[in-house]
Ligand binder design. Structure first.
Ligand code: ZN
Length: 489
């Protein structure tokens, strides 16, 4: 009797598993590609002189340090005016805060909303402790074998110069766009854009200008498919995370280190940070990251495809996997990074004060206020004062731009034309870009740098030996040229 009951139980369990497997397989089979079918385009011949022009542009040390070397920025502007003479004479230029530039290329009709392309002139300072690790000095603008070397090659002068090359070439061909095109080149992106992008965006808003779409740097093309697909993978950022820096401070009576109390200022603060890190923000697979996984998952092979096709069942597993790696973890939750810890001046004196700064990168859906609230409740210690660091740029996350827009489709199509065989997906930018100042000016704000890098090459961003290959740079020019043509069809 007992045996047959066990047998029945086992049989219904087995049937349940089979049914579940059946559902998973059916879901996987119906999980079809979302990639645009695009006929190939002829490779546009790029003038060999473009590389030397970019190399020259990398020699201007437009470093985002205070005070700014304004002469370097003026010299770069003069260089751009001289080297792109048609753009200089045919496009309307407005200067903001002396160093940021807005160019307007009037279209044939005002019936179509304009498009705005962004890039920035400033570069981060090279790390003074590792200058000897550069093959060529960061501002020497060297050309070697296949590469153009220098700070700014990929972030973000490469993009700025590629846009100018594309515009100049089209002007030379006598091309006139259907819709008006704007190009905004900020001078302080690396320090938040408050004097450049913010001022230009404000001015555009006051003019009542609305854009069909806006494109900035942000994500790029990973040659090795990010480990999920076999093809190269291009991610178009449709949102970016916000930022908040909280300052934590403890004040105690201090005293001699020979008779320390049970709890010291350093100990109290260290324990608070430990509590924070032991309670990470909840993970979320919504919005931009969900869309990214959905686009990529459809292109992946079995059994990965089965996992993505059945997120109703595998969501926890996927979150667990993404949480293992710092880059993917940052795509699914607000992150906590203690960056400054200050206390004490002498080894035998208990500091009366200890202070820490914690940098949070906020996931869309949360706000600086909700993050602060959560931090207060986790720390839950009245001896610690928690305030937003007013010196830092505290920004809420951007809105999430739709993907059913002309802008997204045009960028997607252009990627598939210039980089054939590439899988295109929307996604979340985990850092900040100038585009955050423009988001309410367009139907959609997208962040994509048309540059193909391997996973290893990603370390060049803000790192040593920043460089771009001549072939990659030529493709950037081809991309922007084709993007302008596609936007005006
Ligand atoms: Zn940048």
């Amino acid at each position: 009797m007992a045996l047959s009951r066990k047998h029945r139980l086992f049989r219904s369990l087995a049937m349940g598993v089979l049914a579940l497997l059946g559902i998973m397989v059916i879901k996987t089979l119906g999980y079809s590609s979302r990639q645009l079918a695009v006929p190939p385009v002829a490779t546009f011949p790029v003038d060999p002189e473009v590389h030397e022009r970019l190399a020259s542009g990398l020699r201007f040390p437009t470093i985002s340090l205070s005070p700014l070397d304004t002469q370097a920025f003026f010299a770069l502007d003069t260089f751009l005016e001289r080297n792109y003479p048609l753009a200089d004479s045919l496009l309307q230029r407005t200067t903001f805060s002396e160093l940021s530039t807005l160019l307007r290329w009037p279209g044939k009709t005002s019936a179509l909303e304009p498009v705005l392309l962004l890039a920035h002139k400033d570069v981060v300072p090279p790390d003074s402790n590792s200058l000897d690790r550069w093959t060529f000095p960061p501002f020497s603008g060297k050309m070697s074998d296949q590469n153009i070397w220098g700070r700014g090659a990929i972030d973000d002068k490469g993009s700025l110069f590629a846009i100018m090359e594309a515009v100049e070439t089209l002007l030379k061909e006598g091309y006139q766009p259907n819709r008006t095109l704007y190009f905004a080149f900020g001078h302080d992106e690396e320090t938040g854009g408050s004097e450049g992008a913010a001022v230009m965006a404000d001015w555009l808003k006051k003019q009542g200008i609305r854009f069909e779409y806006i494109l900035d740097e942000g994500m790029l093309l990973v040659e090795d498919g990010g480990g999920v697909v076999d093809q190269p993978l291009a991610v178009i950022g449709i949102a970016e995370k916000g930022m908040l820096t909280l300052q934590l401070q403890v004040n105690t009576s201090g005293g001699h280190s020979s008779r320390p109390p049970q709890e010291t200022a350093v100990g109290i603060l260290a324990a608070a940070i430990q509590r924070l890190q032991n309670n990470p923000f909840p993970a979320s697979l919504d919005g931009a990251t969900r869309l990214m996984l959905d686009h990529i998952g459809r292109e992946s092979a079995f059994p990965t495809k089965m996992v993505f096709a059945n997120m109703w069942l595998t969501k926890k597993l996927v979150i667990g996997q993404l949480g293992q790696n710092p880059s993917t973890n940052a795509m699914i939750r607000t992150t906590i990074a203690p960056t400054i810890f200050k206390a004490g001046v002498k080894s035998n004196v208990l500091p009366a004060t200890a202070e820490a700064h914690i940098n949070f990168r906020i996931l869309p859906g949360e706000t600086p206020e909700t993050v602060t609230q959560r931090v207060r409740s986790i720390i839950n210690d009245p001896r610690i004062t928690i305030t937003a660091d007013a010196m830092e740029d505290n920004t809420p996350p951007s809105p999430v731009s739709p993907i059913e827009t002309l802008g997204f489709r045009v960028i997607e199509k252009t990627i598939r034309e210039i980089f054939p065989g590439t899988v295109v997906a929307p996604g979340l930018v985990i850092a900040g870009t100038d585009s955050k100042h423009y988001t309410d000016l367009g139907r959609g704000t997208y962040r994509f740098l048309p540059l193909a890098l391997t996973n290893d090459e990603l370390s060049q961003f803000h790192g040593n030996d920043e460089r771009i290959s001549q072939e990659d740079y030529a493709n950037m020019i081809r991309f922007y040229r084709q993007l302008i043509l596609n936007s005006c069809k």
